[in-house]
Design a protein around this ligand. Structure first.
Ligand code: FAS
Ligand code: PHB
Length: 410
């Protein structure tokens, strides 16, 4: 087989890249290890930054999101049982964010792929990346008992944290940065009407989060110890603990019901640099993981794909490798900004095992500052809503200037 871009992974990063490349006249083949049903069954992210919403809309993928999604002007933070405060993102930075589930985005991406006859090879086994540092990279894999070779110009590693793409970067080149948090999130999905706002709670018993997927689908989370067993958490215990972590009037407004999904996710930050080796480019969780506190994971996958599709379109359009050469640095600037914001919110809102009285007082002081300072709220609003993408032409280096002047002089 032969294509222009081989994409490893049919998650949101891989499928969005395939769609955006297609719209720019670039062909791709997506190779996925699981079945389509499995990919579509995963319950994950739920909050979309303005830039993500813009990317989906401008690529013809926003119709159902605009119909079924829930736009928000801001989010609430409650702490020490008090009523709390609202971070008005729209007032501070003129942006909104959208509550619309990753599961729905995956469905929309697969539907768009089917409409254009896109190629997604599911249930691929033993995927190997070969000659990624040459001009003729290829992907080898087994599928339906047959060995397959896919020749391509470029490989996009969109295969998530446990994928093979990041491991194809030589250890002498790859730098990895990790921070593991000493707790996890127990998440529940229930067919109940959600609270009107997304509400983060810092409580002596631990962090809690109230979110939603639709007017009839609620998503809630509780901070739990790392050694928590899901079987120890009946629905009744979950709802009781959740209500204890919110102030009375909010707790009384929470509509309980049977959970239709219940899972525990550990919290971790991870960044791999560089996000490129030769003709292989990493995008999404293959390159970075953030704790879900800042609702950044899916949004970072989208920003990587925005930068990578723009760079590939420039290469195929006018032969310029400039944006491909700058992809890793450009993507990582936004990744590290999101990592820092997620780290800030995780430290602000969770109770850390073994934290000292000093740590507790410092956390309360930060919460009070955020509650009382319009400037602190504006800074958080800017980060939470998501930074604008870097333009293709800014951060021009001296040699770019020289080249541009030389070209202009010709
Ligand atoms: P994905 O992991 O989604 O997709 C990678 C794909 O590659 C998968 O389909 C996988 O099967 C495939 N693959 C792996 N190895 C392969 C191989 N060798 N060959 C071929 N294919 C291979 N983010 C938020 O913003 N908010 C949240 O609340 C949130 N909750 C989360 C809960 C959980 C349990 C998890 C795991 C993640 C959560 N995230 C959340 C983060 C999540 O949304 C990711 O950021 C998002 O899925 C990233 O998308 P991809 O980069 O496409 O990676
Ligand atoms: C979600 O709705 O799943 C969600 C919302 C906000 C977060 C994390 C997850 O910070």
């Amino acid at each position: 087989m032969k294509t222009q871009v081989a994409i490893i992974g049919a998650g949101p990063a891989g499928m969005l890249l395939s769609e955006m490349l297609h719209q720019r006249g670039i062909e791709s083949v997506v190779i996925e290890q699981r079945s389509r049903e499995h990919v579509l069954s995963r319950i994950r992210a739920g909050v979309l930054e303005q830039t993500t919403v813009d990317v989906l809309r401008s690529n013809g993928l926003g119709e159902r999101m605009d119909r079924e999604g829930h736009p928000h002007d801001g989010m609430k933070i409650v702490w020490s049982g008090k009523e709390g405060f609202f971070i008005d993102v729209r007032r501070h930075v003129g942006k909104r964010f959208m509550a619309y589930g990753q599961t729905s985005i995956q469905e929309d991406l697969f539907a768009a792929c089917d409409r254009r006859g896109g190629v997604v090879l599911t249930e691929a086994e033993d995927v190997r990346l070969v000659d990624i540092d040459t001009k003729r990279p290829r992907v080898m894999f087994r599928r339906r008992g047959e060995e397959v070779r896919l020749d391509c110009d470029f490989i996009a590693g969109c295969d998530g944290f446990h994928g093979v793409s990041r491991k194809a970067i030589p250890p002498s080149v790859l730098r990895e940065f990790e921070k593991v948090y000493p707790f996890g999130w127990l998440g529940v999905l229930s067919e109940t009407p959600p609270l009107p706002d997304i509400v983060y709670a810092n409580h002596p018993r631990g962090f809690a989060l109230a979110s939603m997927r639709s007017p009839q689908l609620s998503r809630y989370y509780l901070q739990v110890p790392l050694d928590t067993h899901i079987d120890d958490w009946s629905d009744e215990r979950f709802w009781d603990e959740l209500k204890q972590r919110y102030p009375r009037e909010l707790a009384d407004a929470i509509v309980t019901g049977p959970s239709i999904e219940k899972s525990i996710a550990p919290l971790r930050s991870f960044v791999a640099e560089p996000m490129r080796h030769g003709r292989m480019f990493l995008a999404g969780d293959a390159a970075h993981i953030v704790p879900p506190t800042g609702a950044k994971g899916l949004n970072l996958a989208v920003s990587d794909v925005f930068y990578l599709s723009r760079a590939l379109a420039a290469f195929y359009g006018n032969g310029s490798p400039n944006l491909l050469d700058r992809y890793s640095d450009m993507a990582l600037r936004r990744v590290w900004s999101a990592v820092r914001t997620s780290w800030y919110l995780t430290n602000l809102l969770h109770r850390f095992p073994g934290s000292s009285e000093f740590d507790q007082r410092a956390q309360e002081s930060e919460l009070h500052y955020l509650q009382t300072s319009i400037h602190a709220q504006a800074a958080l609003a800017e980060q939470y809503a998501g930074l604008d993408f870097e333009a293709a032409v800014d951060r021009v280096s001296a040699e770019d200037d020289a080249t541009a002047i030389a070209v202009a002089a010709r």
